[in-house]
Design a protein around this ligand. Structure first.
Ligand code: ADP
Ligand code: ZN
Length: 222
């Protein structure tokens, strides 16, 4: 990665909109979204050793071990397309991952440019996550909040193949929220201490959050 390339982190509980906003930042700023959740789901689908180890943990709504996540992330970060800068979505999620990221970046003369916390309330997240589904192209939808303009057809790619995640049910979301508060929320203070934290109200409309995020990114990374 170019040493002045932005490294942005999106923090927030499951359902906060990290993936949706990360894809918009890719479009708006030419950055690359790195979602450890997507990488892990790809590993599960491909049946790799990491995927076989991660599957049950993910279905229970718990966190996959730092070792597995870091191996997958490092591999991805060694690819050339990350040169323009990255948006980390769903990583880091533990103290250990945050420390490992700092180390990885400092080896390249870099540090985290900004950690942006998407502030939402938990109860609403259960409804958001339980109704969501995704097109094969990655575009996200929701039974109540964001249906495609033409039922059954993706607005973005015209595809008709949608899927729902195995862990997007109310019971597992509660577990994921617990894991978030116990293991990931402390990172908000960690990045605040480093002077790179920004908070944003993420309970509003997707387009408004996109605008607010865009202003932050413009300020730190343009
Ligand atoms: P969400 O943010 O909506 O929970 P993700 O796709 O980011 O969804 O993560 C789904 C699951 O993948 C998590 O519940 C966890 O089991 C696993 N996972 C993703 N990223 C990490 C990570 N950085 N560390 C540990 N586990 C992870
Ligand atoms: Zn699509």
């Amino acid at each position: 990665m170019a040493s002045n390339a932005p490294v942005l982190i999106l923090l927030g509980p499951p359902g906060a909109g990290k993936g949706t906003q990360a894809r918009m930042l890719e479009e708006d700023f030419g950055l690359v979204q790195l979602s450890t959740g997507d990488m892990l789901r790809a590993a599960v689908a491909a049946g790799t050793e990491a995927g076989r180890m991660a599957k049950a943990v993910m279905e229970a709504g718990q966190l996959v071990s730092d070792d597995i996540v870091l191996a997958i992330l490092k591999d991805r970060m060694s690819q050339p397309d990350v040169a323009k800068g990255i948006i980390l979505d769903g990583f880091p999620r533990t103290d250990g991952q945050a420390a490992a990221l700092d180390e990885l970046l400092s080896a390249n003369g870099q540090k985290v440019t900004a950690a942006i916390s998407l502030e939402v309330d938990d109860e609403a997240m259960i409804g958001r996550v339980s109704g969501r589904y995704t097109c094969a192209c990655g575009e996200g939808y929701h039974d109540q909040f964001k249906q495609p303009a033409k039922a059954g057809t993706c607005d973005k790619c015209g595809g008709t193949s949608f899927k729902r995640r195995a862990d997007d049910n109310a019971e597992t979301v509660r577990e994921r929220l617990k894991a978030y508060h116990a293991q990931t929320a402390p990172l908000i203070a960690y990045y605040e201490g480093k002077g790179v934290l920004q908070k944003i109200d993420a309970m509003g409309a997707i387009a408004d959050i996109r605008t607010a995020l865009g202003q932050i990114v413009q300020g730190v990374a343009a």
